[in-house]
Design a protein around this ligand. Structure first.
Ligand SMILES: C=C(O[C@@H]1C=C(C(=O)O)C=C[C@H]1O)C(=O)O
Length: 249
């Protein structure tokens, strides 16, 4: 249990997810913006009666299948689709001691979907429509699920910090003192080091050393990746940490 909630071990998962997220953004950037993918009812001919977007439909199908494989019984996985629309697993539940305080668990995937489709996709893709709706949505699902894991891992960070200083956190929680909770969970040095590392990784990935330069279509703008974390991923992770703490006792 100690290993499970060791803050350094938890942070190493966040570092590893940086690579997953950068590479999934590079894959998505291979296709045009394909804005139709995100527009409700834009595929009403192909999907009669479906009120959501093409992406919503692909997400539901993907998550239905993954739910059968027990994905959403894992405390680090949260669906974008309505959980009541997902089937029960075909596998028996895994017996393990719960790590998170279940009543404090929160799902912010609606906010992730919003910033990803409205800001990130337009900033990493060529404008226009290349008709590659299947590939586009498949890459979107991969990216959204990686970002979701990253943001919701904030609950493990929060639980680890809580257990390390129960009295201090309980005082702030009982007073509903959000400002103090935000200050207690915020580690500016960790954030600064992360953004520097992220810029370095995004600048390096997609490089082809043998050709002496970068393969431009293999890259995403490092500034976009840094800004995504600075403006969305980190702030939303901290929202998850604080929301979790407010319901921890
Ligand atoms: C995730 C943590 O909590 C906060 C959020 C961070 C992030 O989202 O990258 C980094 C540091 C903290 O401000 C942590 O302490 O590692």
């Amino acid at each position: 249990m100690a290993q499970l909630l060791d803050l350094n071990s938890i942070r190493s998962v966040l570092v590893r997810l940086e690579d997953t997220i950068i590479f999934s953004l590079i894959e998505r950037a291979q296709f045009s913006c394909n804005a139709r993918t995100y527009q409700p009812c834009a595929f009403s001919n192909e999907l009669p009666g479906w009120q959501g977007s093409w992406l919503d439909w692909i997400l539901l199908g993907t998550e239905e299948f993954q739910a059968k494989a027990r994905r959403y019984q894992s405390p680090d996985e949260y669906p974008f689709s309505n959980p009541s629309d997902l089937p029960d697993p075909v596998l028996p539940p895994l017996e393990y001691e719960p790590v998170l305080h279940e009543p404090a668990v929160t799902n912010v995937n609606d906010k992730i979907m919003q910033f990803y489709t409205q800001e990130i996709v337009p900033s990493i893709t060529k404008p226009g429509d290349d008709l590659n709706y299947g590939s586009t949505a498949t890459r979107d699902v991969e990216t959204l699920q990686a970002v979701s894991r990253r943001v919701h891992y904030g609950m493990f960070v929060s639980e680890s910090k809580y257990r390390a200083d129960v009295d201090t956190f309980n005082t702030a929680i009982k007073a509903n003192d959000v400002k103090t909770l935000e200050s207690l969970i915020t580690k500016p040095q960790v954030e600064a080091a992360l953004l520097k590392r992220l810029e370095r990784k995004a600048r390096h990935y997609g490089q082809d050393e043998s050709q002496g330069g970068s393969m431009h279509d293999m890259k995403v703008d490092p500034e976009v990746v840094v800004r995504m974390y600075k403006d969305h991923v980190i702030p939303l992770t901290k929202v998850v940490e604080v929301e979790y703490l407010l319901k921890r006792i």
